[in-house]
Design a protein. Structure first.
Length: 117
């Protein structure tokens, strides 16, 4: 039963990652890393496919080995945070417009303190 829940979680994470590849404000790589985590506990074949994938494999390996995020990933996250802040400043009422600023400050600090890989 536990294996099936991890398999479902892996597929859901992979689906969210696929959506994130199209929507600029939804991250892709964190969901793919989560999918690899779930597949490692449910399907070695799917985990191997993700880890050897030319686009996602290096990110997964860097995260697993060193907890690293690439410079390109950090910049993409920063741009997504900036877009969220601008959008909130335009459409959100006070004080809700501050939520993306707080999230960017907390999330961005964490992201930029990770090693680069």
């Amino acid at each position: 039963m536990k294996r099936h829940l991890y398999l479902i979680g892996g597929w859901l994470s992979l689906a969210l990652g696929a959506v994130g590849a199209v929507l600029p404000l939804l991250p892709t790589v964190p969901f793919v890393i989560l999918a690899a985590f779930c597949f490692a506990r449910s399907s070695p074949r799917l985990e191997a496919w993700l880890v050897t994938h030319p686009a996602f494999g290096p990110h997964i390996v860097a995260w697993r080995d060193k907890g690293a995020i690439s410079r390109k990933g950090k910049l993409a996250a920063t741009l997504a945070f900036a877009a969220s802040i601008v959008l909130a400043l335009i459409v959100a009422p006070w004080p809700w417009m501050l939520a993306p600023i707080v999230a960017a400050a907390i999330g961005g600090t964490w992201i930029w303190t990770r090693p680069e890989g």
